[in-house]
Ligand binder design. Sequence first.
Ligand code: NAG
Ligand code: NAG
Length: 225
Amino acid sequence: MMKSVRLSTSFALLALVLSLADAYDPSPLQDICVAVPEPHNALFVNGKFCKNPSLTTADDFFLSGLQVPRSTANPVGSNVTQVTVDLIPGLNTLGISLARIDYGIGGLNPPHIHPRGTEVLLVLEGTLYLGFVTSNQLNNTFFEKVVHPGDVFVFPIGMIHFQLNIGKTNAVAISSLSSQNPGVITVANALFNAKPPISPEVLAKGFQVDEKLVETLQKKFWSNN
Ligand SMILES: *[C@@H]1O[C@H](CO)[C@@H](O)[C@H](O)[C@H]1NC(C)=O
Ligand SMILES: *[C@@H]1O[C@H](CO)[C@@H](O)[C@H](O)[C@H]1NC(C)=O
């Protein structure tokens, strides 16, 4: 009797701790969500609205065509096909998505950040040199690796990372990301192709280079791969 009372007390305590641990804001599922004072013409969004389950079909969870190689004829020589909730509505609220990445010979998936997702990359074809850099707190430590078909590499959420095709053939990788909408910030594009442009004075000081070099970079054609 005594024992079961103690047991149920500890269960109640555990439940309390768990409910406290749960009492935080939901993770954002899009870049921005600006508060408005009244809901007229506004949309509550964290993720997307849910379809009535009785109207849901198998096709809400389906996509085909990911076996087709993508064109890598662009300045960086790679092409990322993101399969997020925008393409598969059934991913809504599930915290997962996918990408196919094609690399031409010498192709680079340039240094970028996924603000909302950790990435697990699986090499299908080719040889990649890849890595990520930790935050300032961990002294910007660089973790690098050369990977081959069948190899898997993890890019922790929010870290700057890249992949470069160093093989003699095209390369292909599949990535899984821990968000229905992981987001992408391509570092160079975000800084040198911001609209309107960031003042060259800011970038010159930030990168410890000449303003002329910054202006040259800002005039380049920055395309998202
Ligand atoms: C990626 O590949 C698709 C299909 O081949 C193509 O339409 C698209 O323009 C490519 N994107 C880039 C940035 O090269
Ligand atoms: C980062 O650098 C500081 C100063 O050199 C050092 O004390 C600290 O141990 C380093 N931390 C890591 C994780 O390397």
